[in-house]
Ligand binder design. Structure first.
Ligand code: NAI
Ligand code: MG
Length: 506
């Protein structure tokens, strides 16, 4: 073990220990009222690294009451002042970057060099961006359509926001939700994911130091026991969620009786389409990057359906397999690892389940991977080889459902229309990529593809200032940009004021 690797582990374990059994209420790390605990495991080793409070309705009440009491003062602070506090908080994140990124790698199993560091950098940038946008929150003024009337709209904070996040990008998703909500004058109760609670808690602890106590409260727990009472709490006025489609639907239903607005970022089964004229120097690495193999495929934007024109099918696959064989999988805190570990045994089993379906299909060809990695450095951790399949019918569940593991399916096609028909033949509509040198084709793709996040000749991850979200069953609303702050974290009043008549006649 190198000195750096050891240093990373010690730093991360120290923070996990300090944050174990804590929630953040009224600006302080405290114990929960609930005495039940959730075991938190390091995906890279299978070892327990701490416990998270298994909060229930009683802790939800405490957190929401803190946020609600604070809201009445926080909303009166001028937006630019709120923005300045958020800028100071973002600077604190910069100062403690080492702690954040190592804890993120420990929490999630996402490799430090390829994932946890870039996620930390992107999260700090996103926090700065929303902080800087504070002064841009404004309503509209109308021309005098109504005689003798001043007519304008306001942009006001909504109240207590409930944010529920998953484990796959817990840092970026935390700041993507809380930074715009708070800058816009709301207060927040965040429920972390049971599998990866520590990094989100650390980041909120740091942010909260620059904000009045109670602006940001953090609890942990399971969906039904903790998430549902939070959504249905009468004082919660807005819900923002990232996670699975099935839970997104429950959340929308639970929020409906009080007509509470919801933002949902859900899953996808995203097409990555390579035309015969594509620049293969870009498109072949694009298969690997697009599938997010270096985050074990655990990304909602993963391009898990790789459509390749039959003329270049073999060449692209040969190139992709060559690149896959060069990726090093290992402990997330070892900076020589390109790929880390799958978050949990449950998620590893999900990959095994889909691979079982793939292996039972007689026409399946495993071009790369196809096995759980066991023994040696992989012993007790949750590892699965980056896997590329061909020969499966598009109708197979492996090509239709979100595996959320390192498994992509290659699908040959003869014509653009054939590829597009198949690409759109899914209830999801999150992201999509096309590789071509033909501008007209690219623009036709943009017109016809049913997805909310569309790229041509690249497959970058969503980031600050890029409005991101799905259509169809992939979600409701957009995040990460100015419009998300305005559309999802403010409400408006329409104001009509009679100008009256002056009494002064000289
Ligand atoms: P999940 O959707 O169950 O969990 C996400 C968050 O929702 C967690 O904080 C969880 O505690 C909470 N939650 C669960 N049930 C809830 C309920 N009834 N009310 C309120 N909150 C609730 O995701 P899970 O089980 O971790 O992963 C299962 C699958 O979901 C993955 O294999 C993947 O396909 C998909 N997923 C998609 C993500 C995305 O970024 N679009 C992120 C995580 C998972
Ligand atoms: Mg679940």
């Amino acid at each position: 073990m190198s000195d750096d690797f050891k240093k990373n582990i010690d730093l991360a374990l120290g923070n996990a220990k300090r944050l174990s059994n804590k929630i953040l209420i009224d600006g302080k790390l405290i114990s929960a009222k609930s005495s039940n605990k959730i075991k938190v495991v390091n995906p890279s080793t299978g070892e327990q690294i701490g416990e998270a409070p298994q909060c229930d309705k009683i802790d939800v009440d405490v957190a929401v009451n803190s946020a609600e009491t604070t809201f009445h003062q926080w909303k009166k602070i001028p937006a630019r002042e709120r923005g300045k506090m958020m800028t100071a908080a973002a600077r604190k994140l910069e100062e403690r970057k080492d702690e954040i990124e190592t804890l993120l790698a420990l929490d999630t199993g996402n490799a430090l060099r390829t994932q946890a560091k870039p996620e930390t950098t992107a999260s700090i940038e996103l926090t700065h961006m929303f902080a800087g946008l504070a002064g841009e929150i404004k309503g509209e003024n109308y021309p005098p359509n109504i005689p003798n009337t001043i007519h304008y709209t306001t942009k006001d904070p909504i109240g207590v926001v409930c944010a529920i996040i998953p484990w796959n990008a817990p840092l970026f998703l935390t700041v993507a939700k809380i930074a715009p909500a708070i800058v816009a004058g709301n207060t927040v109760v965040l429920k972390t994911a049971e599998q990866a609670p520590f990094c989100a808690l650390l980041v909120c602890e740091i942010l909260q130091q620059e904000l009045p106590p109670g602006v940001l409260n953090v609890i942990s727990g399971y969906g039904e026991e903790c998430g549902e009472p939070l959504i249905t709490h009468e004082k919660v006025r807005k819900v923002t969620f990232t996670g699975s489609f099935s839970v997104g639907k429950i959340i929308a239903l639970k929020a409906a009786p009080k007509l509470c607005p919801v933002t949902l970022e859900l899953g996808g089964k995203n097409p990555n389409i390579i035309m015969s004229d594509a620049d293969l120097e870009l498109a072949i690495p694009g298969v690997i990057d697009g599938m997010r193999y270096t985050r074990q495929g655990q990304a909602c934007t993963a391009g898990s359906r790789v459509y390749i024109h039959e003329k270049i099918y073999d060449k692209v696959l040969e190139g992709a397999v060559d690149k896959l064989s060069k990726l090093k999988m290992g402990n997330a805190l070892d900076e020589t690892s390109d790929i880390g570990a799958i978050i949990s045994e449950e998620q590893l089993n999900r990959t095994l389940y889909y691979m079982d379906i793939a292996k039972k299909n007689i026409s399946t060809e495993i071009l790369h991977g196809g096995n759980q990695s066991k023994g040696g450095e992989y012993k007790d951790g949750f590892y699965y080889e980056p896997t590329l399949l061909s020969g499966l019918p598009v109708s197979s569940p492996v090509c239709q459902e979100e595996v959320f593991g390192p498994v992509a399916c290659a699908i040959p096609f003869k014509s653009f229309d054939e590829a597009m028909k198949s690409a759109n033949d899914t209830p999801f509509g999150l992201s999509a990529v096309l590789w071509t040198k033909d501008l007209s084709r690219a623009l036709q793709f943009v017109d016809e593809i049913e997805a909310g996040f569309v790229q041509v000749n690249q497959c970058v991850a969503p980031r600050a200032n890029v409005s991101y979200g799905g259509i169809k069953m992939s979600g409701l609303g957009k995040e990460y940009a100015f419009d998300s702050m305005m559309n999802h974290f403010t409400q408006s009043k329409t104001v009509l004021i009679n100008r009256g008549k002056s009494n002064i006649d000289n």
